[in-house]
Write a protein that binds this ligand. Structure first.
Ligand SMILES: Cc1cc2nc3c(=O)[nH]c(=O)nc-3n(C[C@H](O)[C@H](O)[C@H](O)COP(=O)(O)OP(=O)(O)OC[C@H]3O[C@@H](n4cnc5c(N)ncnc54)[C@H](O)[C@@H]3O)c2cc1C
Length: 400
């Protein structure tokens, strides 16, 4: 659990957040708003430019609006009605008339840039080029050790540490959280391709698999393809373009091999959730706490909503105001674990409906019929939008 470190006196703060992804940055800003000193340790020396999530749901939009981050993002395009496992589901039915009803498009890179400016503007100290490699809990503090790029070993101490360090979370492993779940059984390949002219399509089902294509404003086309009956192979990196081209041809009959790949990626239905989100003075949030198929943007939204539920509670504890923390971290653990488990169940259902072959046709037909009922539609739309299961105190952030 402990790594050797040469630094004699570790820097001391109230909360260390490991990971400057969207979840870590939102949390850091919230901690500052509630008066806690916060240091964010991030291994990357610069923000990632990788294309990732792009969908924001109603509750997330509220969270960003409450903190003034939405204004920093400027107008966001409407993301259209939504889906459940590829079946039409109008997310606007979650809270009809709500200013953020539905879903909204925002590239994750843009969101992270806005969150970074906001959090550092509030006084969060984001230290890039710091990879965390060790962690030790004491009765009154946690000591985190790591490597500062170009400078060597470093140590930091805080009252609490939050692992916002993504699906392979070092913090989760170092603190010994169990991470039960299921390995992948289904996989989807995707690529942004320049120089091809194929029609847009959404979740088009074919005998050999599923195909989606969407032309971005810059002229590249995002293709996503799943081949029925092909289990995910062991991957150490993205798929080759040849693999995407072959899968696309088999499913759709179209040749996109003359295009130029700008980005290649594969994702699968691995599903895991930490058995709890709090262990002593170590807390998990975002992908560090739960790994799921990134279907419908729920991975990002779930993580941001974790952070929003944690910040004010943790700040109260870390700054010696336990009365303001209520049930404190137990509350966070219970609430967000329950929401996470439910969301992961929904995502698993969606991944099977979306990527299953002929064997799921009957299920899809029955569900499509049920989704024709307002009550069923509204129920699922509220769950995906993050606006149910929400006690009133979770709509409150800390004072700005
Ligand atoms: C290629 C890709 C495509 C995706 N596409 C989608 C999508 O289409 N839809 C969707 O909803 N979601 C998608 N996701 C998932 C979505 O991006 C995540 O849910 C979201 O980024 C979670 O945010 P996070 O802050 O919890 O973790 P992350 O964004 O993973 O951030 C974790 C941060 O911690 C840092 N870190 C890790 N280990 C250490 C360490 N030891 N020391 C210091 N820093 C560390 C990392 O460098 C990183 O910056 C995608 C993810 C990837 C990787």
């Amino acid at each position: 659990m402990t790594a050797t470190a040469r630094t004699a006196t570790p820097d001391r703060t109230d909360v260390i957040v490991v990971g400057a992804g969207p979840v870590g940055l939102l949390l850091a800003g919230d901690l500052r708003r509630a008066g806690a000193r916060v240091t964010v340790l991030e291994q990357l020396t610069a923000p990632t430019t990788e294309s990732r999530a792009s969908t924001l749901h109603t509750r997330t939009m509220e969270i960003l609006a409450e903190r003034g981050v939405l204004d920093r993002l400027g107008p966001l395009p409407d993301g259209g009605p939504g889906h459940f496992g590829g079946l039409p589901l109008d997310l606007r039915t979650a809270v009809p008339g709500h200013p953020y009803a539905g879903q909204w498009k925002c590239p994750q890179t843009r969101l992270e840039a806005a969150l970074h400016t906001w959090a550092t503007g509030l006084g969060a100290w984001v230290r890039r080029g710091h990879a965390v490699t060790g962690l030790h809990q004491y009765p009154d503090r946690v000591v985190v050790s790591g490597i500062e790029l170009g400078a060597g070993p470093r140590r930091f101490a805080a009252s609490y540490v939050v692992g916002c360090d993504g699906e392979r979370s070092t913090v989760r492993q170092l603190a010994g959280f169990d991470f039960p779940g299921d390995d992948a059984t289904l996989e989807m390949l995707r690529a942004d391709v320049a120089g091809i002219g194929i029609p847009d399509r959404r979740f088009e089902r074919h005998p050999h698999g599923l195909a989606t294509a969407h032309r971005w404003p810059d002229g590249t086309t995002r293709v996503m393809v799943h081949l029925h009956g092909t289990p995910p192979g062991p991957r150490t990196g993205p798929p080759s373009f040849d693999e995407v081209v072959a899968a696309w041809a088999k499913v759709t009959g179209e040749d996109i091999g003359h295009g130029t790949p700008v980005w290649l990626n594969a994702f699968d239905d691995t599903t895991r959730q930490a058995d709890r989100y709090v262990k002593g003075r170590v807390v998990l949030a975002g992908d560090a706490a739960h790994v799921q198929m990134p279907v419908g943007g729920q991975a990002l939204n779930l993580g941001l909503q974790d952070a929003a539920a944690l910040g004010h509670r943790l700040a109260a504890l870390a700054t010696g105001r336990p009365a303001e923390a209520g049930a404190g971290l137990d509350d966070y653990d219970r609430l967000r674990h329950r929401v996470g488990a439910r969301t992961l169940t929904g995502i698993r259902a969606q991944s099977r409906l979306l990527l299953g072959g002929p064997e799921v046709e009957g299920l899809r037909a029955v569900l499509a019929e049920l989704l024709g009922l307002d009550q069923a539609q509204g129920h699922l739309a509220r769950a995906i939008s993050g606006v149910d299961l929400l006690p009133p105190h979770d709509t409150q952030g800390a004072a700005a």
